[in-house]
Design a protein around this ligand. Structure first.
Ligand SMILES: *[C@@H]1O[C@H](CO)[C@@H](O)[C@H](O)[C@H]1NC(C)=O
Ligand SMILES: *[C@@H]1O[C@H](CO)[C@@H](O)[C@H](O)[C@H]1NC(C)=O
Ligand SMILES: *[C@@H]1O[C@H](CO)[C@@H](O)[C@H](O)[C@H]1NC(C)=O
Ligand SMILES: *[C@@H]1O[C@H](CO)[C@@H](O)[C@H](O)[C@H]1NC(C)=O
Ligand SMILES: *[C@@H]1O[C@H](CO)[C@@H](O)[C@H](O)[C@H]1NC(C)=O
Ligand SMILES: *[C@@H]1O[C@H](CO)[C@@H](O)[C@H](O)[C@H]1NC(C)=O
Ligand SMILES: *[C@@H]1O[C@H](CO)[C@@H](O)[C@H](O)[C@H]1NC(C)=O
Ligand SMILES: *[C@@H]1O[C@H](CO)[C@@H](O)[C@H](O)[C@H]1NC(C)=O
Length: 810
């Protein structure tokens, strides 16, 4: 998979030859003529650990600080030519990771090295161009290497491979991701959890130990050098450093491994060129391998997670890491025994300078480095996820997320050809009714007062069991706290019930459903009247100053108690959950050009403001961490809004991260939705919640994420969602789901779920008891065709999109 190039290899050899020859002559000459000053040029002995003397600033890693301070005495190479060890210095050039590095670090430092690093006798160098994600950057790097006639190897980045590698959202308990209100965890724990989730993606993209091993391999198989230096790309070798390394190699011919402590440059790179530059090699060392050394780096350790230290530990190199604790998963992949061929001590060999990363703060503080590194990695993965969604799946902010556009086109062709009349006729019938309804606005409640806030533009709805009080003349008195009557819904809090016109929930639902029917009917029939009407509904609810809703749900499900502020609860946010299909309708309207560009912008601005509120308000944050269906429906809401408003990274991450809720939401072994099983209307919540997962799964297919197949119980390897379906769907088992508290649900609400099930799940084994075919209605056995025979509209509370059976495609 790695392409190798050997540009100008012969030229380099020739130059090397000339240099060594010349060097030999000059040195001999010096020995003859200036024997009295030999001491000044004596090669510096390798630093010895036991010797005394304080090396300034050696606090961080004192054991690596060369204890002798006469580094300055060593200006230039020794003036006679002792035999040197042959070495190959191989460096990995990789993606700069802002904000940890400046964007230019890779190019800047490469330029610096090519301009200022000497050719040393018996020393060759080679480069690994490691998984550049940006082709433009890779070209610039390759250009420079070619011009300088360097030899190099490219390890390419492949977006398809990247995309197939999975995040481990289902391996980490939800608590560690969705910052809990109940259990405080430290930032460090959060970062660690994030890293574990990203682990496999990081291993591939950053490939830190992968490239190190590839460099080692290259040194062993493509060069005769006695010592291999598979080092980080920003390492710069001064003459002094080289000499010092050479003398240590010469002094320790038996050693298989050497540690070369790192000097982290705090100044700009040019400082290195000054005669007065004093290295401070106190940082985690690079490692030199004798070509007979057999240990490799552990490729299971990711960037930022002790990838080099793990080998140092195996080599028995003492260091601050002796006090570090390791994760079980890391202990499991490292045997921690001495590397089998490490012979006694691992000597120090010189030092190396790490060129400046362009972010001075990070160079000074290890803590800042860690923080910026985590941030940088997350940003890089977000960029790549975005690229994969765009380039591999064609996702844009106008992509329909719930309905499948191609499938809708097929259905439009069928309509034109006069097929599938029943379901199409039903859609047209309802759309014709919708032509006569609406428009709806939060101002419609004005004649009943404007609710708690007094601003009619605020969406307002009391919590169902909280009863607003009346004044003496029988009018609602919004200035008084509500009274709780458990289990008895206050008048008007049921959708479309009489009295509901004093609140906004019914208007919002009617607006969303009617507008969606109009948009779908337009996409089927091409009849402009439908989409014009849909556009006018949108203007009225979202755009026009006189009638628009303010973009927040602060007063949804208000529980105003005497001792508390009169705002809504987090649960009220679920009243906007239908955006997963509604925003598809909005996009259909936009594409029809029934909205002007300005109006289009207003719509997107409205949702951007609402999204801002959704993620930053206390109510939003509380909803986010709910363990039951509310947390899930929060994601079902945030993802499509984020996509619509162009916050693609957030859209992708909500679809990916929702998987982390599976673990706390569903018993992965049994498929029991335990949070929902205890609800008084248990059967409803089983179906409702599974429908939420099905909706999430349907959206996530648009980014190549298969919720049904991907997330499995570790022990049984059964799909978690399929298990949950087998447990709860009355068609798939004989038991009563919620003995004693079923609420005579319309059993047909399980049909859309059965269609999903038959598409994605293996039929349950009959265990000698039941033949599945007996349980699944014959009309449902061929879901590809028969789903059109199922009801297109269900009860609003069922969480099933209107005409869910159109534009359905996997
Ligand atoms: C180069 O290194 C080899 C050992 O790898 C050594 O035998 C030889 O003398 C060295 N050549 C020079 C010019 O130092
Ligand atoms: C990075 O390089 C570009 C082009 O060489 C230059 O314009 C830009 O200022 C550099 N940025 C930094 C932070 O050095
Ligand atoms: C009750 O509220 C209504 C509407 O706000 C108001 O018109 C009426 O004057 C109030 N009656 C009393 C007795 O406060
Ligand atoms: C459309 O709006 C009307 C009038 O508000 C309402 O009665 C009806 O239920 C709505 N249709 C749908 C499908 O929601
Ligand atoms: C709507 O309100 C905004 C902000 O108050 C104002 O800038 C704008 O001019 C108004 N538009 C119309 C048509 O009244
Ligand atoms: C899942 O259900 C099984 C069987 O009832 C039970 O043993 C297990 O503890 C449950 N798992 C969790 C996480 O509650
Ligand atoms: C789990 O099942 C899936 C689907 O059948 C299969 O692709 C995968 O290899 C299985 N995994 C294991 C660990 O058996
Ligand atoms: C299950 O029932 C179907 C139709 O009722 C029948 O064709 C099939 O053979 C049965 N399968 C088993 C395993 O009994």
């Amino acid at each position: 998979m790695a392409r190798s190039f050997f540009y100008g290899f012969r030229t380099r050899l020739l130059m090397l030859f000339l240099f060594t020859t010349l060097f030999g002559l000059v040195s001999i000459h010096l020995i003859i003529t200036s024997s009295n000053s030999v001491t000044q040029y004596e090669p510096r002995p390798a630093p010895r650990r036991e010797s005394s003397g304080v090396f300034h600033d050696a606090k961080a890693h004192p054991e690596f600080a060369p204890k002798e301070t006469k580094l300055k005495a060593l200006v230039g190479l020794p003036k006679y030519a002792p035999p040197t060890s042959s070495i190959i210095l191989i460096r990995a050039l990789g993606n700069a990771l802002p904000p940890r590095h400046s964007t230019n670090q890779t190019l800047d430092n490469l330029d610096f090295i090519l301009a200022h690093e000497d050719s040393f006798p018996n020393t060759t160098r080679h480069w690994f161009v490691n998984r550049f994600v940006d082709p433009e950057m890779e070209n610039q790097v390759l250009d420079r290497l070619r011009k300088a006639q360097e030899s190099y190897t490219v390890i390419p980045f492949d977006l398809q491979i990247y995309d197939k590698i999975e995040y481990a959202y289902d391996q980490i308990p939800k608590d560690q991701i969705h910052l809990p209100t109940t259990r405080r965890i430290t930032k460090k724990e959060v970062h660690l959890a994030e890293g574990q989730i990203q682990h496999n993606k990081i291993l591939y993209v950053i490939n830190v130990n992968g490239v190190r091993n590839a460099m080692l391999d290259y040194g062993r198989t493509h060069s005769n050098a006695e010592y291999i230096l598979p080092w980080d790309g920003n390492c710069f070798m001064t003459r002094n450093a080289w000499s010092s390394i050479q003398s240590s190699l010469a002094e320790n011919p038996q050693a298989r491994y050497f540690k070369t402590p790192m000097d982290r440059l705090q100044e700009s790179n040019e400082a290195l060129l000054s005669d007065t530059y004093e290295p401070k090699p106190v940082e985690e060392p690079q490692i030199i391998f004798h070509r007979m050394a057999r240990s490799n780096f552990n490729e299971q350790l990711r960037y930022g997670r002790r990838n080099k230290v793990e080998l140092l530990v195996r080599l028995g190199v003492p260091g601050p890491w002796d006090k570090w604790s390791w994760l079980d998963s890391e202990t499991a992949i490292s045997d921690r025994a001495h590397a089998f061929d490490a012979v006694g001590d691992v000597p120090i060999a010189g030092w190396i300078t790490r060129l400046n990363s362009g972010t001075f703060l990070a160079e000074r503080s290890a803590k800042a480095r860690g923080r910026l590194r985590n941030k940088a990695v997350t940003l890089l993965l977000e960029r790549l996820d975005f690229r994969a969604a765009r380039d591999l799946y064609g996702l844009t902010s106008s992509t329909l997320l719930f309905f499948n556009e191609k499938r809708l086109l097929v259905e439009r062709a069928e309509w034109k050809a006069g097929k599938r009349k029943q379901i199409f006729r039903e859609l047209v019938r309802l759309a014709d009714q919708a032509l006569l309804a609406g428009p709806w606005s939060v101002m419609d409640k004005k004649k009943f007062g404007c609710g708690i806030s007094g601003d009619c533009h605020d969406y307002f709805h009391p919590s169902p069991y909280m009863w607003p009080q009346r004044n003496e003349s029988g009018h609602t008195d919004w200035s008084k706290p509500f009274k709780r009557r458990d289990g008895v819904r206050a008048p008007g809090t049921s959708l479309f019930s009489s009295g509901s016109e004093q609140y906004d929930r019914s208007g919002l639902a009617a607006m969303k459903y009617n507008t969606t029917l109009l948009a779908l009917a337009y996409s089927l029939t091409d009849n402009k009247a439908y989409v014009e009407k849909a556009a006018s509904n949108l203007r009225h609810w979202f755009i026009h100053n006189a009638t628009r809703m303010n973009p927040h749900l602060t007063y949804a499900q208000v529980k105003w108690k005497a001792d508390a502020t009169a705002v809504g609860s987090s649960y009220g946010l679920i009243e906007m959950k239908d955006v997963y299909f509604f925003l598809d309708a909005v996009k259909i309207v936009e594409k029809s050009e029934a909205l002007s560009l300005l109006e289009r912008d207003s719509m997107r601005e409205w949702f951007a403001d609402y999204l801002e509120w959704l993620v930053s308000s206390l109510q939003g944050q509380q909803e986010f961490v709910q363990d039951n269906n509310h947390g899930l429906f929060y994601d079902v809401q945030v993802a499509p809004i984020a996509l619509y408003t162009g916050n693609i990274a957030l859209a992708l991450s909500r679809m990916q991260r929702s998987a982390s809720r599976l673990l706390t939401h569903i018993n992965t072994t049994t498929g029991v939705l335990s949070q929902e099983l205890i609800r008084p209307t248990c059967e409803h919540y089983q179906a409702f919640t599974l429908q939420g997962w099905a909706n999430m799964a349907r959206m996530s297919r648009k980014i190549g994420l298969d919720y049904w197949g991907r997330f499995r119980d570790k022990a049984t390897n059964q799909s978690i969602l399929c298990q949950a379906m087998r447990y709860a769907n009355p068609y798939l088992q004989k038991r009563e789901i919620c003995p004693g508290n079923s609420h005579s649900e319309d059993v047909r609400r399980w049909w859309p779920l059965l269609v999903d099930f038959s598409q994605h799940c293996q039929q349950p084994s009959n265990e000698g008891l039941l033949n599945v075919s007996d349980w699944i209605p014959s009309a449902l056995r061929n879901p590809d065709i028969d789903r059109y025979l199922m009801p297109p509209m269900y009860d609003y509370g069922d969480g099933i999109a209107p005409f869910w059976n159109l534009g359905y495609h996997w």
